[in-house]
Design a protein around this ligand. Structure first.
Ligand SMILES: *Cc1c(COP(=O)(O)O)cnc(C)c1O
Length: 374
């Protein structure tokens, strides 16, 4: 039995007609930039996030970059980001000329440590970007209290968390502005690059839209030099179809995650994902921690089971940040995680039989046995 980490073919097969109709619709209209597919998706997406506005952009990295630009973050400013995230979170900060400041994560949830944020704040701090890592919302109440008392703006990086909730509110409306990626493998994935921001702040939404569309006021009147970062119309049409399925896909992800956790509960040497009671996990990834990860991973691979590592190198140890001042520091939790985290196959179309095969192989793994307490 071959089990991939994600299975985009299975998903397309399950919605082929709806998708093909939507794509054909755009081809017939030949309205390839903007148009009703984009505005329709933006309206639906804002509604699903419980925000007043959504603005489609070209990808998730641009979403963060444009949000920062609209907030006038630039050279001389500091922006706090978790050290255990995909590099895009920090890249977008550097692209504005501001300085990304790294913070360690919580040992149980893997999301950014509120205490770490408080310690990292200086008079130059303009914003903090909590990442809802693996689909689990960050500790927003604590982060909001810190942000408020230091006058720091919260930008959610919700690229992995479409459909997750915190204290019953969807991610996307938990800070001043939120950034989403629709990279194909994300919980809501396009068939190419795509992204969006959500916010309740009308002027921020308008500024982001203007910046991402050449600084336009009108077709040939430009308020500033902007960028070309629009949500592609074909992608918007596809996303609009897929958004209708997001809730049921999220429920399936949660059910598969619960099955993994139930079946692995007796394995004392496998640390399972933790979901605090005040939030729901969208399970973009089902991430366990195992001590002898490379051997466990090899054993799974020889049984046909693909796994992932999110992420093998924390940002402060990346070659790209060799001259970043934080490269000299240690981030003990992120460093431990980078050596032990293992992402198991998880996607809505995963079957019970596949889950059992993964679990059987994982608990039988010799490396895993060796670590069991005597
Ligand atoms: C995917 C991702 C991004 C960037 O998204 P792109 O659409 O690939 O630019 C940003 N942050 C996190 C945490 C991500 O996982």
């Amino acid at each position: 039995m071959k089990i991939p980490l994600v299975d985009l073919k299975a998903q397309y097969a399950s919605i082929k007609e709806e998708i093909d109709d939507a794509v054909r619709g755009v081809l017939h209209e030949t309205d390839f930039i903007g148009g009703s597919a984009v505005s329709g998706f933006e309206k639906d997406f804002a509604e699903s996030c419980g925000t007043r506005f959504a603005v489609g952009v070209a990808n998730g990295t641009d979403a963060i970059f444009l949000a920062l630009k609209a907030l006038k973050v630039g050279p001389g400013d500091e922006v706090i980001v978790p050290v255990n995230t995909f590099i895009a979170t920090a890249e977008a900060v550097s692209a504005t000329g501001a300085h990304p400041v790294f913070v360690d994560c919580d040992p149980d949830t893997h999301t950014i440590s509120p205490k770490g944020i408080e310690e990292a704040i200086t008079k130059h701090t303009k914003a903090v970007i909590p990442v809802h890592l693996y689909g689990l919302p960050a500790d927003m109440e604590a982060i909001r209290a810190i942000a408020r008392s230091h006058d720091v703006t919260i930008i959610e990086d919700a690229a992995q968390a479409h459909g997750a909730t915190y204290q019953k509110k969807p991610v996307g409306g938990l800070g001043s502005v939120a950034c989403f990626s629709f990279y194909p493998a994300k919980n809501l994935g396009a068939y190419g690059d795509a992204g969006a921001i959500t916010t309740d702040d009308e002027s921020l939404a308008n500024t982001i839209r203007m910046l991402g569309n050449h600084g336009r006021k009108d077709k040939y009147e430009h308020l500033v030099e902007g960028y070309n970062s629009r949500l592609d119309t074909l992608q918007a049409a596809i996303l609009r179809v897929k958004l209708r399925h997001l809730e049921s896909w999220t429920r399936l992800r949660q059910q598969h995650a619960a099955a993994y956790s139930r079946l692995l509960a007796g394995s004392t040497d496998i640390a399972l994902p933790v979901t605090p009671a005040d939030r729901t996990h969208a399970f973009h990834l089902y991430v366990v921690r195992v001590r002898d990860r490379d051997t466990v991973r090899k054993n799974l691979a020889s049984a046909g089971i693909a796994t992932g590592i999110h992420y093998p190198i924390p940002l402060h140890l990346q070659p790209a940040y060799a001259s970043h001042p934080d490269s000299q520091r240690t981030f003990p939790v992120a460093e431990r995680d980078s050596a032990e985290v293992l992402s198991l196959p998880l996607y809505p179309e995963l079957t019970g039989e596949q889950i059992h095969h993964v679990v059987q192989t994982l608990v039988k793994s010799p490396a895993n046995k060796k670590m069991r307490p005597a």
